[in-house]
Write a new protein. Structure first.
Length: 557
């Protein structure tokens, strides 16, 4: 199983010509990108094969100027050769400067250039909301506040946030998004340069726990919609626990006002806002998918319900606690993604549950991002990972690109083992982290943090050590591929038979076009005389590459 890549020698055709290409002339699958299940995992399928998104997002993503892209952006992106995808903003204001009149020239140029650089695109629809505010709608929307009303906080003060309780706001956004996807189908429906679209960006109510406009107050005083109550009753035993607890604490009522069904709390306000944001975004998604049913996702920068005595941040956002509310209100959204710049281990787990595949559209780069990416794909069967700021002055990001290289080499194996319980990963933040034990295949692996090798005649390594991460794939009953850095691994059997495990063969190597190419064979001092395998923190030892090892084992008593 090999991942498809573009042919770098393909000439730049017009978008119309690209759209006219078919399987018979290019060998490219005509099936549009889509999601499909494999075991407990969900995979993104592009041109008929699983595709792991190894992406980056621009530091300055507000608008697209093709001249600037050609001069600055593309050279910096292309320098990071292991990227296969770029996250690119599409601003509502830029594509519909006048109501009903659309200009897709900038988008067409980015699609054309991405294809010439052998890259895929994920589009970010910056429309009604970005970062919890409304600075990306066109001027004709912003100026007509009577037709396109804003949300209000306590005291009746309007804020720069299009109200999700306005049909006019929703329908204008939905018409523009439908025009975008219709155009995308026409220019890219065969070539599949664009593989997913993010709908809005980090939406949510700021400044108050809910919209206090007259329309919102009327809705809050009314009955919880039947569609939501039906969903809750149908999925009562499988609801997200944090959300189910709120409903349970109020008595599992099957009808009533918002406060009767969920109690009087900020959590109820967040549920109320989540439902109304979801119905709004759901209509936008429906309009877009009616034209071109490409995978759609949302991103969020909140982790759960506001805790006692804490301010509510982005109330109603598609956070994991509200996943069921969003699924009920916006069923055409395929994935709920998580933006994790700070703590990420718990958020990754919260977003990778209840059937939601993990997608990380925004995260750190550098050594931290390198570890996070390995962990996301190995532990959580992620469909993609993206670092922000890839066009910044510090690019290329050698640490992240090194991890992306490992993931790209392992991609056929990762895709084969996703959702089957034969793959996992470990992340250790430093020497004070205790070893972790994880079952993978027929063995339990004990993984400990491993610093750089100290060589007496060389200068000591720097004092600050980056996090260590490694991915483990059981390729057979007694065979593993291990990739990453900064860990020491020992094996013990977890199935009936002789109780001791020995290392038969350890060899370094690489995957070339999906085929394992052996390098050095390790033994003796390199393996503790056969007791363990080491993935040294090569970065600190002066070598920026992270490695792959193939390990075979035997059992004895």
């Amino acid at each position: 199983m090999k991942m498809r890549s573009f042919d770098g020698s393909i000439a730049i055709f017009s978008l119309a010509a690209l759209a006219a290409c078919s399987r018979t002339t290019t060998g490219v699958s005509t099936a549009i990108p889509h999601l499909q299940k494999q075991g407990t995992a969900t995979q993104l399928i592009v041109d008929g094969k699983p595709f792991l998104v190894l992406a980056g997002e621009l530091r300055g993503n507000s608008a697209t100027d093709l001249a600037y892209w050609k001069k600055v952006v593309w050279p910096r992106i292309v320098a990071q050769a292991k990227l296969n995808t770029v996250l690119v903003a599409v601003s509502w204001a830029q594509i519909e400067p006048q109501e009903g009149k659309f200009d897709f020239s900038a988008l067409d140029g980015v699609i054309r250039d991405a294809h010439s650089h052998n890259l895929r695109l994920v589009l970010l629809w910056f429309a009604s909301w970005k970062n919890g505010l409304s600075s990306y709608p066109p001027d004709w929307v912003k100026r007509d506040f009577e037709r396109f009303p804003r949300a209000q906080v306590a005291g009746g003060k309007s804020i720069e946030l299009l109200s999700p309780f306005s049909d006019a706001n929703r329908d204008a956004d939905a018409r523009a998004f439908a025009a975008l996807t219709r155009h995308l189908k026409a220019v890219d429906g065969q070539q599949h340069t664009v593989i997913m679209i993010q709908v809005e960006n980090e939406l949510g109510m700021h400044g108050d726990s809910r919209d206090r406009s007259p329309a919102a107050n009327q809705a809050y005083a009314g009955q919880v919609p039947k569609e939501l109550m039906d969903y809750l009753q149908q999925h009562k035993d499988t609801l997200i626990p944090e959300f189910r607890q709120v409903w349970e604490a109020a008595g599992f009522k099957t009808s009533g006002t918002w406060e009767e069904v969920f109690g009087r709390s900020t959590a109820t306000d967040e549920i109320f806002m989540g439902w109304n944001f979801a119905r709004y975004v759901g209509r936008v998604a429906e309009a877009g998918k009616a034209e071109y049913p490409i995978p759609l996702y949302l991103n969020a920068f909140t982790d759960g319900f506001a805790k006692a005595n804490q301010p509510v941040h982005a109330s109603g956002s598609p956070m994991p606690d509200l996943m069921d509310v969003w699924r009920a209100g916006a069923p055409r959204i395929d994935v709920f993604g998580v933006d994790a710049y700070g703590e990420f281990v718990v958020p990754y787990a919260k977003y990778n549950r209840s059937g939601n595949p993990l997608f990380v559209p925004e995260s750190r780069g550098g050594p931290e991002g390198a570890a996070r990416a390995l962990y996301a794909f190995g532990r959580h069967d992620a469909i993609g990972f993206s670092s922000s700021g890839i066009d910044g002055p510090m690019s290329p990001d050698s640490d992240l690109m090194s991890s992306y290289d490992l993931i790209a080499q392992l991609a056929p194996l990762i895709a084969e083992h996703q959702g089957k319980g034969t793959m996992s990963a470990v992340l250790l933040r430093g020497p004070n982290d205790p070893p972790q034990k994880i079952p993978v295949g027929n063995y339990t692996l004990e993984v400990a943090f491993l610093g750089p090798r100290v060589i007496p005649w060389e200068p000591p390594p720097p004092g600050t050590q980056p996090p260590s991460a490694a991915i483990f794939i059981a390729a057979g009953p007694d065979e593993y591929y291990v990739a990453g850095n900064g860990v020491r691994v020992t094996f013990s059997p977890n199935t009936p038979g002789p109780p001791l495990a020995g290392l038969a063969t350890i060899e370094e190597g690489t995957f070339v076009n999906g085929r394992w190419v052996s390098g050095r064979r390790l033994a003796g001092d390199d393996t503790g005389q056969g007791d363990y395998l080491d993935l040294r923190n090569q970065r600190l030892a002066g070598d920026p590459d992270r490695g792959i090892q193939r390990v075979t084992l035997y059992r004895y008593r």
